[in-house]
Design a protein around this ligand. Structure first.
Ligand code: N01
Length: 548
């Protein structure tokens, strides 16, 4: 017989979302238990320790705004922070707000089942925990379920294999090794230049070339830090109203409204500045193919000018999707790496991988002997980490079954039939199309305010209505199809996972518009949600422990 803990809320995951959610629930006087699979806080930044891992949103913006003391006291060292520094920041936040005492590490939530009679969630873990919670809050991240492709012979490889999203904590020394990197997404594009400096030889196995822009990272200038810190509240407020939640220098005209020379100058200036502001040069790059083509061609030209071997340059040119419709990559010396004599680009379009062998990788026309294989092959994005948990709602319906044709949510916050279950930055919310921390803060604050409201009204059960969900799913789709995004076979569309439904998962309406929608819904008494009064006033009573 095991002990059942009774709490107000279980939070799954101790990344930035889980940490802040815990902090806010404590502020409401609610009891919460966080479960985290990793041995420490940090979420995506705990797991993704591959060489060169770095954020592509500037440090001054990729940080919490909820505490002015925190944002004033923390000092970033670089314009774009590397993974170790972001992890130190997450750890600092956990210490500063004394969060660790409610987090059980090294524990994976295996199931969350809604007990209709009790009106509570029954949550179990791989460490034998059993918790009964009024609310279950999924803070599991959008890019947390790493994916290794199903290639023949993978298990028989005699060397070492790594996935970028589950990198060994002690690091990897590739000195003297022949290394294969499979994939050319953001993780690969960041890690390849670093691995190439160490390894004897790197073989880059590319199926689809991606667009990448230079980060031009460097030490954070004290004047720049001061500029931000002296007006943080205003800047944070502005970021919350923007489409991506990131302040850039936004162009206000169509790319078609200016001359070719002017466009060239503008793109060139942004290329020199570094980071993804290239995509903000004009206001129609995401919606007008002709405009988009001008930016895409600019980047292709840069690739041609950087890469010395014209055959290799040609293979690196992205041509099968509009720029920005797959997450644009931000690199440090990626294209330059192909000028090194110890780097070989293998074109999988011409000759696909047939098998991983004991000694390396065999493609249709060659065999590559390698000591290590790096799988930079991405994630089962947005739904993968949610569906890894056996979540069951009313009538025992598994979430996986409900979402068999693609995720369905109301506002990306709740899904009908799963009362009192919240998803932070879930599908149907801006999440991965935005500065994740801005979106996390907005969701956490909305959920916290919502729980305070439920308590004040004596409401025990909240659930998205099927009609509101239907309308939101239609809206998410409609907005996506007004843009060029659905033209790409991206992980936003579920296209990187065989058999996954092709649905544009994030909400592309922008974080500013989305925030207003969420606020209006709340102001109107949580319209679109059904709210059921408790028999007693307030939540079901909270006890510290009860026997099962
Ligand atoms: O994963 P990806 P990622 N054979 O899915 C290839 C965020 N992120 O980890 O396109 C051969 O983008 C696949 O090829 P193809 C960011 O949002 C942010 O790199 O399917 N190749 C592709 O090239 C990003 O978008 C940061 O043809 C295979 C690659 O693997 C997201 O995480 C840094 C294959 C997967 O690319 C995911 O990025 C890192 C196969 N069987 C990540 N299967 C920053 O903040 C897959 N591929 C900077």
């Amino acid at each position: 017989m095991s002990e059942t803990r009774i709490v107000d809320a279980v939070i799954v995951g101790a990344g930035f979302a889980g940490l802040y959610m815990l902090h806010r629930l404590r502020g409401l006087g609610l009891s919460a238990q966080v479960f985290e699979a990793g041995a420490d806080v940090g979420g995506t930044w705990y797991w993704n320790r591959y060489p060169g891992a770095r954020c592509d949103v500037e440090s001054m913006q990729y940080s919490f705004s909820f505490s002015d003391e925190l944002q004033q006291e923390w000092r970033w060292t670089e314009r774009f922070a590397g993974q170790p520094e972001i992890l130190r920041y997450a750890s600092h936040v956990a210490d500063r707000f004394d969060l660790r005492r409610d987090i059980q590490f090294g524990t994976r939530v295996t199931s969350a089942v809604f007990d209709e009679a009790a009106g509570r969630w029954s949550i179990k873990t791989d460490r034998g925990n059993h918790v009964s919670a009024a609310f279950c809050i999924m803070a599991t991240g959008c890019l947390s379920a790493g994916r290794v492709p199903d290639i023949t012979g993978i298990d028989g490889f005699g060397g070492k294999s790594y996935h970028t999203g589950q990198w060994p904590h002690e690091g990897v020394d590739f000195t003297g090794q022949r290394v294969a990197v499979i994939g050319t997404g953001s993780s690969a594009i960041q890690s390849i230049p670093v691995i190439a400096e160490q390894a004897a030889h790197v073989f880059v196995f590319q199926r689809t070339p991606n667009f990448s822009v230079p980060a031009r990272n460097g030490p954070l200038r004290p004047e720049y830090e001061h500029e931000w810190k002296s007006s943080y509240p205003e800047r944070r407020e502005r970021a919350r109203t923007l489409k991506s939640g990131i302040i850039y220098n936004f162009g206000e005209t169509s790319a078609m409204a200016v001359s070719a020379e002017e466009r060239q100058r503008e793109y060139e200036a942004r290329w020199q500045t570094g980071g993804i502001s290239l995509l903000s040069a004009y206001n129609d790059l995401a919606v007008n193919k002709a405009s988009n083509d001008t930016a895409a061609e600019f980047v292709r030209d840069r690739i041609r000018s950087i890469v010395h071997d014209p055959t290799v340059a040609e293979l690196l040119l992205p041509t099968n999707h509009p720029i920005g419709t797959k997450r644009i990559c931000v690199d440090t010396g990626y294209y330059e790496t192909f000028n090194r004599s110890n780097v070989t680009l293998v074109n999988l379009r011409a000759s696909p991988i047939e098998a991983v062998t004991q000694g390396g990788i065999r493609t249709q026309d060659a065999e590559y002997a390698v000591d290590s294989i790096v799988y930079a092959t991405g994630f089962d994005a947005m739904t993968g980490s949610l569906l890894k948990v056996d979540i069951r709602g009313r009538d025992g319906l598994p979430l996986a079954q409900k979402w068999a044709e693609g995720p369905r949510t109301y506002l990306g916050l709740m899904t009908a039939g799963f009362p009192n279950l919240f998803t932070i930055t879930g599908p149907g919310s801006p999440s991965v199309l935005s500065n994740m921390i801005v979106s996390i803060e907005q969701h956490v604050e909305w959920i916290a305010n919502c729980l305070a409201y439920l308590r004040s009204q004596g409401i025990a059960c909240m659930e998205a209505t099927a009609a509101a969900e239907q309308a939101w799913v239609a809206h998410v789709n409609e907005v996506a199809h007004q843009t060029l995004y659905p033209q790409a076979n991206s992980w936003y569309m579920g296209a990187n996972i065989e058999g996954k439904p092709r649905v544009f998962m994030p909400y592309i309406g922008g974080v500013g518009v989305y925030r207003q929608t969420c606020d209006t819904v709340a102001a109107n008494g949580y319209e679109g949600f059904s709210l059921t009064l408790s028999l007693e006033k307030g939540y079901p009573p909270v006890a510290s422990a009860a026997a099962e």
